[in-house]
Design a protein around this ligand. Structure first.
Ligand code: FAD
Length: 352
């Protein structure tokens, strides 16, 4: 049996919920299909000590402020999960879970959404599947010869299981810095970054990143010079645990090694460092496999968009993956605006 909706939103993390909020305001019928068993999207999966890089009020979706977490300027991931759980309930967003979307297909004037528990037919689809589900590992010579443990950010939980071990953490972004700071006190840590780590000034956090992303978008839209966006500020927000580890001298980074050995890594000058585990904090790619049947893939694995709308399929909108789907759209505070634009555009087409 095929179920019908004006709009199917794929993914019930923050981006999917923000879409739902604005679709409701536009009076459009919709359903949100989410593969997770419980609310909170990727925030449910992160390491225990993760800190958001913005204070609570600056980590809010449209319509409802995130309350401060008692005793913490920068909330933890559970606080974000609680916030999204409450948000979904408060706005009575119609989220069905766990429902995994397997593919989106053209079907005459509509789009067909195939899931692991049935089929939907929609006039438009918003894809909001995030990036966490597609971890990226760089290619490195001799990856297979290393006899120790290799894991990605997505598999790391806490320092407990690494106590006393020799651990190499690779990555100069927020994940790499936070996980290195987490491990530094109890392990023999080697932190490796491709270029020297760039900490943002201690008084700069996600608020400034959001402003920088917005200013860049504005400049590009009006034909002004590229301001450089968030990249111009630095890579690592010095949230308190990172700041403390850095100030204690525990966060000094080595440049990249050349290859793996049976029991560690080898540096360009031929010296070797032994390791029990290597943790790759090397980022993510957009989780877009459900869109493969539409044949829209462009350069860098992205799908060309005008705003949030896919250029090659105007009934499809993409939300939350990064600046290419709206400035700071891969953040709690930033996804509201592109969600509003997507909902407005879809509502306009449905009314026409
Ligand atoms: P997700 O949270 O990943 O939600 C997507 C949902 O879609 C998931 O529930 C998933 O199960 C579901 N899904 C995926 N595929 C399918 C499918 N085929 N069918 C059905 N459902 C599917 N942002 C901030 O604002 N502040 C921060 O401090 C911050 N810190 C971050 C730290 C880390 C380590 C990372 C990785 C990101 C951070 N971000 C931060 C960025 C961003 O806010 C989060 O990644 C956020 O989880 C993105 O939300 P989303 O809704 O786009 O994706």
């Amino acid at each position: 049996m095929t179920q019908h909706a004006d709009v199917v939103v794929v993914g019930g993390g923050q981006a999917g919920l923000a879409a739902g909020y604005h679709l409701r305001r536009q009076g459009v019928g919709f359903v949100i299909l989410d593969a997770q068993a419980t609310p909170g999207g990727a925030w449910q999966e992160t390491w225990d000590s993760l800190r958001l890089f913005s204070p609570a009020a600056y980590s809010s979706l449209p319509g409802r402020l995130m309350s401060a977490q008692p005793g913490e300027t920068y909330p933890d991931a559970q606080h974000a999960v609680d916030y999204l759980t409450d948000y979904e309930k408060r706005y009575e967003l119609p989220v069905q879970r766990p429902v995994r979307v397997e593919g989106i297909h053209r079907d005459g004037r509509r789009l067909r959404v195939e899931t692991d528990s049935g089929r939907w037919s929609a006039q438009a689809v918003i894809s909001a599947t995030g990036t966490w589900w597609r971890p990226f590992l760089p290619s490195i010579p001799d990856r297979g010869v290393f006899g120790g443990r290799q894991l990605h950010t997505v598999q790391y939980r806490n320092p407990g299981e690494f106590a006393g071990q020799r651990v190499v953490v690779v990555g100069g972004g927020n994940s790499g810095a936070q996980i290195a700071a987490d491990l530094a006190p109890t392990t023999d840590l080697t932190w490796v970054t491709r270029r020297p780590p760039r900490f943002l000034a201690d008084d700069i956090d996600g608020r400034a990143l959001f402003d920088a992303a917005t200013a860049r978008r504005r400049a590009l839209d009006t034909g002004d010079a590229d301001t450089g966006g968030v990249a111009s500020l630095g890579d690592i927000v010095a949230v308190p645990p990172v700041r403390e580890a850095r100030d204690a001298g525990l966060l000094t980074a080595q440049p990249m090694f050349t290859h793996l050995t049976e029991d560690g890594v080898e540096w360009p000058d031929g010296t070797r460092t032994r390791a029990d585990a290597i943790i790759w904090c090397t980022g993510f790619r957009p989780a877009l496999s459900t869109l493969a049947p539409l044949g829209l893939r462009g350069p860098h694995g992205h799908i060309p968009t005008a705003g949030t709308r896919a250029v090659g399929e105007p009934r499809l909108h993409l939300l939350g993956y990064g600046d290419w789907t709206g400035p700071a759209s891969a953040t709690l505070i930033g996804v509201g605006r592109p969600a509003r634009e997507a909902a407005r555009e879809i509502a306009g087409v449905l009314r026409a």
